[in-house]
Design a protein around this ligand. Structure first.
Ligand code: ADP
Length: 426
């Protein structure tokens, strides 16, 4: 407006001096110049907007300068909003990617996005499979039925076709307009623990039921028995079964205390030489002269931890060696230092163990020969106790065996629980 008024004023001045015609001519020329100036500015701003990334708007005067400044500011604000949004999206994706559960975003039934966990669980590739219907890629019949059924109130458990062991819990959550989230969680371990718990309860019940059945059977017989010698015999048999139940309950309690008590103390020294002597005496009592027993103990190294637990673990290894070695055989106990720490070896010349059983020996109630274990008073929990007690002392059990030749059970210790022997410290 000001520019127009200035043009008009100049044209009026020219008209007053040189006549009306010259005034009009001057006004027209000024008007065209003004128009060209605006067109040039419009063009420049168009170019600037087209270039998008250009930092500063073109220079101009008057109204154009203000207009450029406004445009520049709103463009900067829009760019910042866009950057903020992109950052929020990136943060959200990073968080969803880091989730331990699988997440697939479905648009209709097509994959819009998925995280790495879903990729592993469902074997889909977010880059390759985006836009593909999920039902074309995940061929788990129960899941497809669930997805199409529309009742997503409860998750379902499925087994993916690529693994016979893995179990996935899957749930669909609907949101927005036709959008759905598919969540997957690996519950394999949970199912395994559940199965182990069921098996354990069944095993314990079975182990207790057998002696109980025997005792209640004999009780009825003994009640009607007139002959005192026969009655005594029945009572002895019942007492044997009662002892068996007692051993089982004691082993169960030992296992439970190993599982639930705090780690063994690092301050308590276990003097190994006297412990080995006690174990030797126990072995001799158990063998009752049927085996040759030798003890070799290195006094240069001791352990830090729970003497009770170590005695129980080593005692089980020694009693197994005696129980599974026929009369006339040999049992050797050896405590010695190793390059990594120390080891307790129990070697026997007994019945040995076929290789396929070795990896499972420390499972609760796992026995190679159930009958032989029972005959010799076994509960099937000895090596499970050994494994737990050793694990709590940073040790591992190594088993080597040859059927009909003998076995070697070696408890290998390393780390801070191995210490110089009491007799070598002074
Ligand atoms: P059990 O009370 O039956 O002896 P363990 O847990 O101590 O239970 O041992 C598990 C199984 O490992 C035994 O039933 C037996 O078959 C086998 N076993 C353990 N020690 C020996 C050994 N020294 N020689 C041969 N077999 C052994």
């Amino acid at each position: 407006m000001i520019a127009l008024a200035v043009c008009a004023a100049i044209a009026l001045g020219v008209g007053a001096f040189a006549g009306a015609d010259w005034g009009w001519i001057a006004f027209s020329v000024l008007l065209v110049a003004l128009l060209l100036y605006h067109l040039r500015n419009l063009h420049a701003i168009g170019r600037w907007l087209e270039r998008g990334e250009a930092p500063d708007p073109p220079r101009a005067f008057g109204v154009w300068d203000r207009f450029h400044a406004l445009l520049h500011r709103s463009r900067r604000e829009a760019a910042k909003r866009e950057a903020d949004l992109a950052e929020a999206l990136a943060r959200w994706r990073a968080a969803a990617r880091a989730l331990p559960d699988g997440v697939v975003i479905l648009d209709g039934d097509r994959i819009a996005w998925c995280n790495d966990t879903a990729r592993h669980h469902l074997e889909i590739d977010p880059a390759r499979d985006a836009g593909t219907p999920l039902t074309h890629l995940v061929r788990i019949p129960e899941f497809l039925e669930y997805l199409e059924g529309g009742d997503y109130s409860q998750p379902i458990q499925v087994q993916p076709p690529y693994s016979a062991e893995r179990v996935l819990s899957m749930q669909v959550v609907s949101y927005g307009e036709g959008q759905r989230l598919v969540l997957s969680r690996d519950v394999t371990q949970f199912k395994q623990v559940e199965r182990m718990r069921r098996e354990f309860v069944a095993n314990v019940s079975h182990e207790l039921r057998t002696p109980l059945t025997v005792i209640s059977g004999f009780l009825e017989t003994v009640a009607d028995e007139k002959d005192p010698a026969a009655a005594r015999h029945y009572v002895e048999l019942m007492s044997e079964q009662a002892k068996r139940m007692q051993r089982l309950v004691e082993d169960l309690l030992t296992l439970s205390s190993l599982e639930s008590s705090p780690p063994p103390p690092l301050e308590e020294r276990i003097e190994m030489r006297p412990l080995l002597e006690r174990l030797g005496a126990e072995a001799r009592a158990l063998s009752a002269g049927r085996h040759r027993i030798s003890i070799d103990s290195d006094s240069g190294v001791d352990l830090l931890g729970s003497e009770k637990e170590i005695t129980s673990a080593f005692g089980n290894l020694v009693s197994n060696a005696i129980r599974y070695t026929p009369a006339g055989g040999e049992v050797r106990l050896k405590w010695h230092g190793t390059p990594d720490g120390a080891a307790f070896d129990v070697e026997d010349t007994g019945i040995g163990i076929p290789a396929e059983h070795i990896p499972r020996l420390t499972e609760r109630f796992y026995r190679v020969d159930r009958g032989r274990s029972r005959e010799t008073g076994g509960t099937g929990l000895g090596l499970a106790i050994v494994k737990h007690a050793l694990g709590r002392h940073g040790a591992a059990l190594q088993i080597t065996s040859t059927p009909n030749e003998g076995s070697r059970f070696s408890a290998r210790f390393s780390g801070p629980r191995v210490t110089a022997g009491a007799s070598t410290r002074h």
